[in-house]
Design a protein around this ligand. Sequence first.
Ligand SMILES: O=C(O)C(=O)C[C@]1(C(=O)O)C=C[C@@H](O)C=C1
Length: 255
Amino acid sequence: MAEGSSGSEFTLDSIRKSLIRQEDTIVFCLMERAKFPMNSALYNQSLDLVPGFSGPLVDFIVQETEAVQAKAGRYVNPEENPFFPDNLPPSLVPNYNYSQVLHTGGASININKAIWDMYLNQLLPLFVVAGDDGNYASTAASDLSCLQALSRRIHYGKFVAEIKFRDAPHDYEPPIRAKDADELMKLLTDERVEKMVKKRVEKKAIVFGQDVSGSNNADSKHYKVDPSVVARLYDEWVIPLTKRVEVEYLIRRLN
Ligand SMILES: O=C(O)C(=O)C[C@]1(C(=O)O)C=C[C@@H](O)C=C1
């Protein structure tokens, strides 16, 4: 369950606490990626930089990294979803006994393709500067940290949906049986919470991303990642994608 927790507590409150903690991770990951320029050669489909591997260098680095992490058991954890699920090696380490709170249908939900596309094509250009400093491996490692943090947060929608279902099965069962995605979307939406989330992540980008100097004349207008981009990230992508996971999970909840 929630990162670093024993899994004994499963409430909407505990799930939301984890989402709040994950905001810190996401903001710090974006700040780390912003240290590097765009380095667009990394994403170029036709450069074939690695002999014997056809595709962008970022695909090569992510696939190889995921393979190592799969062997070390990363994807046995129901909170983790790979970006390249095909041909992943099995875990080689003894299984950790993760608490199994999700309905079995939840395991098949993986919207990482949409997350990958959003991150590389829409988000990156909003917060990194143009240019090429040749640090492709470090840049890709940084991209993968961002992608994994975003993926974990968005797929946490499975846990949010499970607890919402358990808290109000009588409300959720009719639209689930009717496969009414619009009604499910309405039921699970809490606009007050969404507003708070967007405000808070913008504030985190301001607080975590300001330059800290020894004197009192810090430049409070310069942030490592534009706080409005972080608010937009949540408004346009993170929250809608989390809700998409929630609906997909609920639709399968009674199968
Ligand atoms: O906290 C919830 O209730 C969630 O479902 C999570 C979340 C979010 O992604 O932050 C998504 C939908 C709700 O409208 C509010 C917030």
